[in-house]
Each structure stands twice: as structure tokens, then as C-alpha cells.
Write a protein that binds this ligand. Structure first.
Ligand code: ATP
Ligand code: MG
Length: 363
């Protein structure tokens, strides 16, 4: 049996710093749990541009298509702000998403008890929160044609088109139902079927797919009402599935229920591969944070939790993912805080590597 394969793309800014902590965790799993990965590391973003003149080399792209999962740090930084659009660091990430056809973006909003006070919401609203938003990532209003700014009479008109095919809705709905089956068998689909044709079709197709998942309790909600309910009482949800635009807004809002950008992992999944598992790219929600790069201040937890998602969704080690999440919970309960997790308390923060070491020790 060959080991499962993992392509690691640390990227720019704090990407390599947080990824170094993930490497410690990967090593720990190899040494202590008999879980060895074939790890390849490569360049993406600004560092790839510096070396190859392109933010994603074709060889790296090909490798990404072959491996069981890709783990990415972050891309971009002020050094690259004036580059031509076609070679900007972000284009590297966009190419990965597009060519791997990663249509389901999973964004958990999870509140670690030790950080419940950190949220801007009341503690009982967020304590114990653990929900997942599935956002359609490759279609909808960000891509639909026609689009553009046109002249009409004596003024200009800005146009975007919300467009969804049945198959696009079907496949992301299936990802969400599969996820619901692995969690608490509860799924809420959000659209605006009251005012949008794409929403009418969305509701129809999701309802049709639900026949293949009779154990999952499906509900529908208008996305505006959903936004309100997410703030009012988020624990009523478990998995939410929604389109690209609504998912963009709802997942950012839901994420902030729980505190810092430095805590938030994500997964982007595509079609099942020959081994039955989806194509997958895991990455923290945060960017390259140039303001704190190179200072040992970055919180590595978002990237570490992204690896936990990889353990669960790409490698079928949900138990080991839970072990890692519990180790994170423990170090937080023990009071370890990187700077982003400290309010005005005046406490001394731990460094990126101290946080990583503490998590390894907790494992
Ligand atoms: P992008 O365009 O790539 O999303 P951005 O500038 O919008 O980047 P981030 O890079 O995510 O946003 O960072 C926003 C701010 O949040 C950073 O300037 C940084 O201070 C803070 N931040 C982000 N990630 C972390 C982290 N892992 N640890 C600590 N602070 C972080
Ligand atoms: Mg940003």
C-alpha cells in the first residue's frame, strides 16, 4: 500500500510560517499514529512568480491533479501589487480552483469554548457552535454571461447575470447531502426563490436530490431570512448549502460569529476521484497578512484546522481529525493565545511556533 499523497503549497507572507507548524503535526502523525503521508512541497503565488515568472507552474498544476489532497497557506503581498493581472499571485490560486473544478467550498463556523467570550455576540449564542456552510464556488452571478458595463441611451449600465444549470446545482447539493450524512443529518438550503428564477430552480433541484438522501432532514430558507437567523440563533443550523453570492456573504458573516480570522479553516471540494474521495484543496480563510509576516506572530490554528479537515474529508480519518481539534481546544483552554486572540487584556502572546509546539504536546 502506498501512503496517501499530499501537496503542500505554503505560498507567501505568513503562509510558510503557519505551514511550518502543520509540518510538525504531520510529522507527529507519522511518528505516533502510523499515519505517514507522501508529502511534496512546491511554490504558488508570489514566490512562484519570483522563480518561474508565473504564479503557478504547469508542473505544480499537474501535481495538484494527481495527489489525494492539496494544502495551501496563503498567496500575495504588497511586493506583487503592481504586477500584470495575468501573473498576480491570486491567479495561481484561481487556476488551481478552476482546473481542479472545486465547486463546493466548505466553511465551518465553530466556536471553541475557551474563545466564546471573544465573540462579539452573547456567549450562549455562540458557545458550542459547530455549523458548516457549503458555498457553490464555480458558477452563479460572479461568472454568468452577459456581463459588463454597456452604453444604453445616454448612460452606462453595469450588468451581471445569475445563472445556474441543473447539473451545477445537483453536484453541489450532493456534496452538501454527503456532508450532512457524515454530520447530524440536517441540511438547510438557502436561496431567494421568491424573487429569483435561479432560486426557483435551486429549490427544485435540491428537493430532487434529497430523494437520494431520505435520512437527511432538509429545510429551505430565503437567504435574507437565513442571514437574520444566523445572527439570532446560529445553533439551529447544522449544514447550510447556498449559491456563490449568498455563500460569500453568509460564510463571512458566520465565520465572524466565532472570533478571529486566524482560527478559520476551509476546504474546497470537487468531483469524486477514482478512489471515491473528492478532489480537494484545504486552506485557511485568512490571507498572507503582510503586516505581521516574518515576525512569528501569526496564528497557525486556521492552517492546522485545515489539515484536520483534510484528515476527515480526504483521508477518512475523522477520528484523527477530532483528536487534532481536541488538541487545539486543549491549548486554548490552557490559555495559549497568539496576539490575534488577545483583546485588551495585556497578556503576553505566544509565538507561531510556541502555539504549534503546544498543540503537538497536547496531541
Ligand atoms: P487577502 O486579500 O489575501 O484576503 P487580506 O489583507 O484581505 O488578504 P488577511 O491577509 O487575511 O486579509 O489579513 C487581514 C488581517 O488579519 C491581517 O492584516 C492580520 O493582521 C490579521 N490576520 C490574518 N490572518 C492571521 C493569522 N493567521 N494570525 C494572526 N493575524 C491574522
Ligand atoms: Mg481578504
Amino acid at each position: 500500500m502506498t501512503n496517501p499523497s499530499l501537496l503542500i503549497l505554503p505560498g507567501d507572507g505568513i503562509g510558510p510560517e503557519v505551514m511550518a507548524e502543520v509540518r510538525k503535526i504531520i510529522d507527529w502523525y507519522g511518528a505516533n499514529r502510523g499515519l505517514a503521508f507522501d508529502v511534496t512541497e512546491d511554490l504558488v503565488g508570489g514566490c512562484a512568480y519570483d522563480k518561474h515568472g508565473t504564479p503557478l507552474h504547469d508542473d505544480t498544476m499537474a501535481k495538484a491533479q494527481e495527489v489525494d489532497a492539496v494544502l495551501l497557506g496563503a498567496v500575495g503581498g504588497p511586493k506583487y501589487d503592481n504586477l500584470d493581472f495575468s501573473v498576480k499571485p491570486e491567479r495561481g490560486l484561481l487556476r488551481l480552483r478552476k482546473e481542479m473544478d472545486l465547486y463546493a467550498n466548505l466553511r465551518p463556523a465553530q466556536c471553541f469554548d475557551a474563545l466564546a467570550d471573544f465573540s462579539s455576540l452573547k456567549k450562549d449564542v455562540v458557545a458550542g457552535l459547530d455549523i458548516m456552510i457549503v458555498r457553490e464556488l464555480t458558477s452563479g452571478i460572479y461568472f454568468g454571461e452577459p456581463r459588463g458595463i454597456i452604453e444604453e441611451g445616454n448612460e452606462r449600465v453595469g450588468i451581471n447575470t445569475q445563472r445556474y444549470t441543473e447539473s451545477e446545482i445537483d453536484r453541489v447539493a450532493r456534496s452538501a447531502f454527503e456532508l450532512a450524512m457524515r454530520r447530524n443529518k440536517k441540511l438547510c438550503s438557502m436561496e431567494k426563490a421568491n424573487v429569483m428564477e435561479s432560486g426557483v430552480l435551486w429549490r427544485e433541484v435540491v428537493t430532487e436530490v434529497s430523494k437520494d438522501y431520505p435520512e437527511v432532514a432538509l429545510s429551505h430558507m430565503y437567504a435574507d431570512a437565513g442571514a437574520m437567523q444566523l445572527c439570532r440563533w446560529p445553533k439551529q443550523f447544522d449544514v447550510i448549502v447556498t449559491d456563490n453570492l449568498f455563500g460569500d456573504l453568509l460564510s463571512d458573516a458566520a465565520a465572524m460569529l466565532t472570533g478571529s480570522l486566524g482560527m478559520l479553516p476551509s476546504a474546497s471540494l470537487g468531483a469524486p476521484m477514482a478512489n471515491g474521495r473528492p478532489k480537494a484543496l484545504y486552506e485557511p480563510v485568512h490571507g498572507s497578512a503582510p503586516d505581521i509576516a516574518g515576525q512569528g506572530k501569526a496564528n497557525p490554528i486556521a492552517c492546522i484546522l485545515s489539515f484536520a479537515m483534510a484528515l476527515r474529508y480526504s483521508f477518512d480519518h475523522g477520528d484523527e481529525a477530532t483528536r487534532l481539534e481536541q488538541a487545539v481546544e486543549k491549548v486554548l483552554a490552557d490559555g495559549y493565545r497568539t496576539a490575534d486572540l488577545l483583546g485588551e487584556e495585556g497578556k503576553q502572546p505566544v509565538s507561531t511556533s510556541e502555539m504549534g509546539d503546544a498543540i503537538v504536546a497536547a496531541l
